[in-house]
Design a binder for this molecule. Structure first.
Ligand SMILES: C[S@@+](CC[C@H](N)C(=O)[O-])C[C@H]1O[C@@H](n2cnc3c(N)ncnc32)[C@H](O)[C@@H]1O
Ligand code: SF4
Length: 351
């Protein structure tokens, strides 16, 4: 089972970002960190969770590095018995707030993996995205994390923006691969509602050649693609858990939990969440819904999906795709060699 903790605070808001995060609510941090403990305590009872059940913890945001390490103490103390012995414990971090002190503090508390939101090493592109850091800060944060002893380091890049050219993206990768990373996430810019970019959708470019070229460059430089946007020889267990359709517990405002055939949602608004962290809305998933999700997730990653999930007509369509080399079958599981085509293929199979 996976554990996710959401931190909804940010120092600034990026022009593309629709995540549940706020720049004006830092005064709530203390109360928020207490509320997550109340929610966790309640979930343990509701899910009847046993000790050692969580194989991963992922602290995401928002910006987890907006919150001082000591403020995580109560939460870490509470979850400790429920983490498995070698649990992967990841935190996201922003280069401008992940100071050496913060990194050390998180390491002392058991974090063993960091995912830095770098997005680009180009000054102008960072300003265009409204990032709060410089390329140098990103470089220093990664190097500091490595010096402090983190071996499992990742960074996020965004591509497919109006600023991009092959030479800019090549420079981004040159810089990234100079750093001590074992994992890289490359996200194609998505235009989200209620973001500044929503009013200027032309900032996203639809250049398939550039996207294929960029992914190929990452692979050629030595990090294999294990999922549409993720590259590593040592995939994040937490990410992989989602693709494998594992159960997860979501802690924090706007977080989502999933158990067997149900999803659970907390309050989206931080103040409302703090006043009632144990509220949850339940959604019952149909067998068809679960099957479609397993197919889509499987096609977007190395995980693939079980051939036996399909009905007769779907099996025939998959066979056509196997015959034309769009898919292949291995040990009874269907795999997709081109993750960019995942949505199209899924639609064709399910109709
Ligand atoms: C949950 S976000 C937050 C991480 C952290 N606060 C940061 O910004 O560095 C994780 C990653 O999602 C990606 N992301 C967020 N919104 C996106 C969008 N609209 N299009 C593409 N990538 C996006 C960014 O690369 C970001 O680093
Ligand atoms: S990308 Fe990260 S820093 Fe930027 S607004 Fe979103 S969560 Fe905050």
């Amino acid at each position: 089972m996976l554990l996710y903790l959401h931190i909804p605070f940010c120092d600034s808001k990026c022009h593309y970002c629709a995540f549940n995060s706020y720049t004006h609510l830092h005064a709530l941090i203390h109360d928020y960190m207490k509320a997550i403990c109340r929610q966790f305590e309640r979930e343990i009872e509701r899910f009847e969770l046993r000790e050692g059940i969580f194989e991963t913890l992922f602290i995401g945001g928002g910006t987890p590095s907006c919150v001082a390490p000591s403020l995580y103490d109560d939460f870490f103390a509470q979850i400790k018995p429920f983490l498995s012995k070698d649990a992967e414990i990841t935190t996201e971090a922003n280069p401008n707030s992940a100071s050496p002190k913060w990194l050390e503090g998180m390491r002392e508390r058991g974090v063993n993996r960091i995912s830095f939101g770098v997005q680009s090493f180009d000054e102008k592109k960072l300003r265009f995205l409204n990032r709060a850091h410089t390329p140098l800060q990103a470089e220093e944060a990664l190097k500091n994390a490595s010096k402090i002893g983190f071996e499992n380091l990742s960074l996020d890049l965004i591509y497919g923006t109006l600023e991009d050219s092959r030479s800019l993206l090549k420079h981004d990768l040159d810089q990234a691969f100079e750093l001590p990373i074992s994992h890289l996430s490359a996200y194609h810019l998505t235009i989200e509602e209620n973001t500044p970019f929503y009013t200027t959708p032309q900032v996203r470019t639809e250049d398939d050649d550039l996207a294929y070229w960029f992914v190929d460059q990452i692979i050629q430089r030595g990090l294999p693609q294990y999922e549409i946007s993720n590259f590593s020889h040592t995939p994040s267990l937490h990410n992989m858990g989602y693709w494998k359709y594992k159960n997860y517990l979501g802690i924090g405002t706007g977080s989502v939990g999933f158990l067997k055939d149900r999803r659970f949602y907390t309050h989206h608004d931080p103040a409302t969440y703090i006043s009632n962290p144990i509220f949850r809305k339940e959604e019952l998933l149909t067998t068809q819904h679960i099957k479609e999700e397993k197919i889509l997730l499987g096609l977007r990653s190395l995980v693939g999906f079980d051939f036996s999930l399909l009905n007769t007509q779907e099996k025939e369509r998959v066979q056509t795709l196997i015959d034309t080399k769009k898919l292949y079958i291995l040990n009874g599981r269907i795999h997709n060699p081109n993750f960019f085509l995942a949505d199209e293929i899924a639609l064709y199979i399910i109709l």
